[in-house]
Design a protein around this ligand. Structure first.
Ligand code: NIG
Ligand code: FE
Length: 411
């Protein structure tokens, strides 16, 4: 079946062959066949079904390349501590933070986690996201890390059922066993790391439960040597490496990620010129998460301008999680990036579409051109830049994956 979406006010996509340039086509149409874009601007010719975009804006489906979609409970009780001015680290010491979510996640059944995951994914979907990376890291023991990764796979199957497209992956799982020390290993860091790297990681790899691994490299969490061990295990098992680095302190995390051949270095709020140069030399892609800066009440955002000037294909992602960055919204993240990181609307769009696709090794999505997946959203606005002008403003009238309208069908 061929479907034509007509009466599009603006169809916006990063120009093929370009990193930052954006093409805006006015008053056009989009034709979809077998889940893929078959033409742009062909009108209704050859279409069995026609849909009216009512003069709205059509954007490629956003790709959220760093999330923690699945966890138990929430951390709304931490707001009172926040109001008292307590920092992320102080809240963790009071029994909040990652360990609080670990307790709630362990107590939750797989069914409860799946429902929570579907809800979180739907929040993003209703704001235009059609592909996610999602990390484990709230189980911190064998049983619960596997439970999270299984749940992430079930989320992916839910989307496959909704679209009928079982060949297209849309939720890419990352094993984040080194997120914090599991409570039963308190005081036994090396025992915990040994267990996660020698027992859990090989099991995850054998069962093909993850495509990447990750670690939180930060004072009080994990260090450079731990990252090196993780990188060598990842290589042995054919898993990609992504790293949380330089979030709260500049401990040379960007250079470390570059040296270890990480696919992405994520956060980078504290990264200075040396780290940026190391990234530029290595091909490690920066994934910037301004929602977590806002969420922690901090004011030092990553230096996106310098990264772009160094030729780096900057990615923006939500870092959706219950603590530091409780937003599922890439439009909100783009609105922050424009104001706080001086990224242009064109750079923001590339950062959540083509660059994000590249960071996940995806070549079949991110642009609305012939042959790409028909993943897109239709917005009731007249200028595409409005998506990042309003804070938490307009949402799409409809969201499509593989040419199937999915918004509103999962929640
Ligand atoms: O990416 N930095 C480490 N991990 C998450 C926060 C997790 C949490 O607070 O639950 C992050 O910001
Ligand atoms: Fe994160």
């Amino acid at each position: 079946m061929t479907t034509a979406l007509v009466n599009i006010g603006q169809l916006v996509t990063v120009r093929p062959g370009s990193v930052w340039e954006v093409d805006v086509r006015q008053d056009t149409s989009l034709t979809v066949q077998n889940g893929r874009v078959s033409a742009v601007g062909a009108g209704t010719s050859g279409a069995q079904k026609t849909i009216d975009a009512e003069g709205g804006v059509v954007l490629p489906g956003f790709i959220d390349a760093h999330t923690h979609l699945v966890f138990g409970g929430n951390r709304c009780h931490e707001l009172a501590w926040r109001c008292e001015g307590k920092s992320y680290q102080e809240i963790a010491r009071l029994g909040g933070g990652i360990q609080c979510t670990v307790r709630d996640t362990r107590a939750a059944s797989e069914e409860t986690l799946l429902l929570a995951g579907i809800q979180h994914l739907t929040w993003g979907l209703r704001r235009g996201t059609t592909t996610w990376e999602s990390k484990s890291g709230y189980g911190l023991d064998l049983e619960n890390e596997l439970k999270l990764l299984f749940t992430i796979h079930r989320l992916e199957r839910t989307l496959m059922e909704a679209t009928g497209d079982r060949a297209t992956r849309r939720v890419f799982p990352t094993f984040l066993g080194l997120h914090a020390i599991g409570p039963e290993h308190t005081g036994d860091r090396s025992g915990y790391i040994e267990f996660m790297l020698e027992e859990v990681l090989p099991m995850v790899a054998r069962a093909e439960l993850a495509t990447s691994v990750d670690a939180f490299i930060e004072n009080g969490y994990f260090g450079h040597d731990d990252a090196r061990r993780l990188a060598s295990k990842a290589r042995e098992h054919g898993l990609a490496l992504r790293l949380h680095v330089d979030q709260l302190t500049d401990a040379g995390g960007a250079a470390l990620a570059a040296e270890l051949g990480a696919v992405t270095a994520d956060h980078l709020e504290q990264t200075g010129p040396n780290g940026i140069q190391a990234l530029a030399k290595s091909g490690t892609i920066p994934v910037l998460l301004p929602g977590s800066v806002l969420g922690l009440g901090l004011n030092k955002y990553p230096d996106a301008r310098s990264m772009i000037e160094h030729g780096l294909p900057v990615v923006l992602a939500t870092d959706f999680n219950p603590g530091s960055s409780p937003t599922p919204s890439l439009p909100f993240v783009m609105a922050l990036a424009v104001r706080q990181m001086r990224m242009t609307p064109e750079e923001c769009l590339a950062a959540v579409t083509t660059n994000a696709a590249r960071s996940l090794g995806l070549e079949d999505r991110g642009r609305l051109v012939k042959g790409q997946l028909a993943d897109f959203s239709v917005w009731p606005i007249s200028d595409w830049r409005e998506v990042m002008t309003w804070f938490d403003g307009p949402t799409p009238n409809s969201v499509w994956m593989s040419g199937v309208q999915v918004s509103g069908t999962l929640g």
